[in-house]
Design a protein around this ligand. Sequence first.
Ligand code: MLT
Ligand code: ZN
Length: 472
Amino acid sequence: MPAYTPLTDEHLAFLRSCLSPDRVSTSAADRDLHARDQSFHAVRPPDVIVWPETTEEVSNVLRYANRQRIPVTPWGAGSSLEGNPIAVNGGIMLDFARMNRIVSVRAEDFQVDVQPGITRIELNKALARYGLFFTPEPGADATIGGMIANNAAGVKTIKYGATKDNVLRLEVVQASGAIIRVGTRARKDSSGYDLLHLFVGSEGTLGVITEATLKLAPIPADFSAVLAAFESVEQAIQSVVDIVGAGLEPSALEFVDKETVEALNRDKSMSFVVAPTVIMEFIGASDTEGLQMALEICKENGATNFAAAVGREERNKLWEVRHHTYESLVRLHPGFAQKIMDVAVPISRYPEIVLFADEVLAQHNLLGYKFGHAGDGNLHINIIHDPTDPEQLDRVERANGIIVERAIALEGTATGEHGVGIGKRRFIIQQHGPALDVMRQIKGLLDPNCILNPGKIFLDADDMTDVSSDRA
Ligand code: MLT
Ligand code: ZN
């Protein structure tokens, strides 16, 4: 691990003069509020939290921290699921709550410029009067900065893509304090290296995002959402593969296992048929044909029941219930923790990974709720366990490892949308092989002192200092 400088009174005095005293806090309450995300990873408070209001302030803090060798971790809403913003080495936390403005809406270009601290729901509320929305939809009300840093995705990715497909331009502050703009407002760009997408998904380890130009889409006038219930998991997931294979274009195509349906019924007083279920949504009157074909495919695969969420209110309720799966499981298992898994595989291998996961959970005697963005080949398994029981934790980690390794062997990924953070670092060598060295070199080049969100993505922080000393 690189040698970091412990925070001193002198550092705090600098931060207070650089921002203002009321935007610098070392209080136990503030440190505690910034010590954990929604994952099960160990709690670690930063030493100090600062609330910048301008890009220049971010730049001044970074320039200083870089010279002083103090770690800096950006913070959005704390809704991530892999420990991505936990300040594992302490240091300075940059909380973007005060950089949460919409800078400009350019409805004629279907674009908006925003500061990173605005949340997805806040942004979409403001955009509604233009008839537009920012399409990526992870369950959480994450900040836009967090979504970009993590390349968040969710139920709408099958139609609109992940966050990376919906960001056009970024303003980024580098570890040195230099401010750069990457990308363009044009919809196409083939000028040089694609630095924009280097920063998207880099989890705050290569630079700090201070402004973003986002691509928007028109809010659809109408939707048709249908739940298809099946007798077996095999039938449900085969229907997903066949719907994608038929070239249909749903705006959502989700798989929810029987146990998860039952949990949502209990927690949210719903009355969904308790069975392996596929939730599909099609947009607009023009796609009623698509929906009909999808329903035919489900029937052919043995669907036993269809329920339609007709009308905007019912459909919104359906997605609200689905988005809060994690919270429902928290309430149904008080005192227990959830290991949240997030593998993704090519769609043709989706049945294989779902059935394999079932076997592994049974072999390890674990209760796991399976659901996910099946149309993208993305499977979540929330494994319930007692976090104080080391034997159970060991079983959870073993089962997790076996499933993730199988997803990678199927030419998939250890994480479809939650990021590497802390929890997926141990799989990154297996997934990327020699390409990981290139990632290390990029990290060494952009952040030679390893001050930006250290302890994430790479398992061994020492490797990164080696890269920078090689270059020197
Ligand atoms: C979801 O799709 O609900 C989240 O990405 C994952 C989760 O809470 O397990
Ligand atoms: Zn998800």
